[in-house]
Design a protein. Structure first.
Length: 292
């Protein structure tokens, strides 16, 4: 590598380091001087994610998720989803509802106060949503029209990320747990992001299984090369110092590549859900009229 090339690489790493320090400074400035303001902190976290995810993904702030059974999540601070995949953002006035099939990442943003029960309820409202299993998604392939899921992706789920200022430990998920895959803490004293991934996922194949086969319908293979690598290998260092934001850039995008594309969208299931709700509402109104 030439001297000029080494300088360029050095400048790129220094830029990520400055970006990371800037994010932490902004988060604590808002926290200490504005006295507020969850929406501003969410905006800072949103800008961080926008700087590292591919353009095929869109980030929406303060939305709800919905599934084809009519289940609705608690409000989600940040949702990363594939807008090219689904044209559907269902709206009710200013409220937005995004189908679970399109969602790649959900983010909960907290300051220094975190209620374990509320966090549990929030993550439970996400895990209660299920991608459609009806296998009625029609799409043209090279040789025919198919309406079934592919064996490499039977039931997707979004990554669950907690972003916070709190130094108190928040447990990451155990087997069948409902908490977070990633916890990102802004450390004021070090001006760094402390990023912890779920250590129960020992390699890339474990991550592939959990986000593409969320209902336990796991692909019965040994994982091949993916089982030989883990996320620690994606850490970027400057001497002995971890460059957390730059490392997270590589780590998150590797996981998103394992998800690659969302499942085929089950249009008919959502149509039936909305129609069934209308029928149920009409029946309830008829009963009320009879009683009156």
């Amino acid at each position: 590598m030439s001297t000029e090339s080494r300088k360029i690489i050095k400048h790129i790493k220094e830029n990520y380091k400055r970006l990371e320090e800037g994010i932490v400074n902004q988060l604590y400035f808002e926290n200490e001087h504005s006295g507020t303001i969850g929406s501003y902190r969410e905006k800072i976290w949103k800008e961080m994610f926008q700087s590292i995810i591919p353009k095929k993904f869109v980030i929406e702030q303060s939305v709800f998720l919905i599934d084809s059974k009519g289940n609705v999540s608690n409000e989600v601070d940040l949702v990363i989803f594939d807008e090219m995949y689904t044209p559907y953002i269902f709206r009710y006035y200013n409220l937005k509802f995004i189908p679970i099939e399109a969602v790649a990442v959900v983010v909960e943003c907290k300051s220094t106060s975190m209620d374990e029960t509320k966090l549990w309820n929030w993550t439970s409202s996400i895990t209660d949503l299920k991608t459609s299993s009806s296998q009625r998604s029609f799409v043209r392939t090279i040789n025919s029209i198919t309406c079934s899921t592919v064996p490499t992706q039977t039931a997707t789920r979004p990554l669950r990320i907690l972003c916070c200022l709190n130094n108190r430990e928040v447990s990451l998920p155990k087997e069948n747990d409902k908490k977070f895959d990633v916890v990102i803490r802004a450390r004021k004293s070090e001006k760094k992001l402390d990023i912890k991934w779920d250590e129960n996922k020992e390699n890339l194949f474990d991550w592939y299984q959990c986000i593409n086969h969320a209902e336990g319908l796991k692909q019965q293979t040994d994982g091949g090369k993916a089982a030989e690598h883990n996320l620690d290998e994606y850490k970027v260092k400057d001497g002995k110092e971890d460059l957390s934001l730059m490392s997270f850039n590589f780590q998150l995008n590797q996981i998103l590549m394992l998800l690659n594309n969302p499942m085929l969208f089950p249009h008919l299931d959502y149509v039936e859900m909305f129609n069934n709700f209308s029928n149920m509402q009409n029946e309830e109104e008829s009963v009320e009229d009879e009683q009156n």
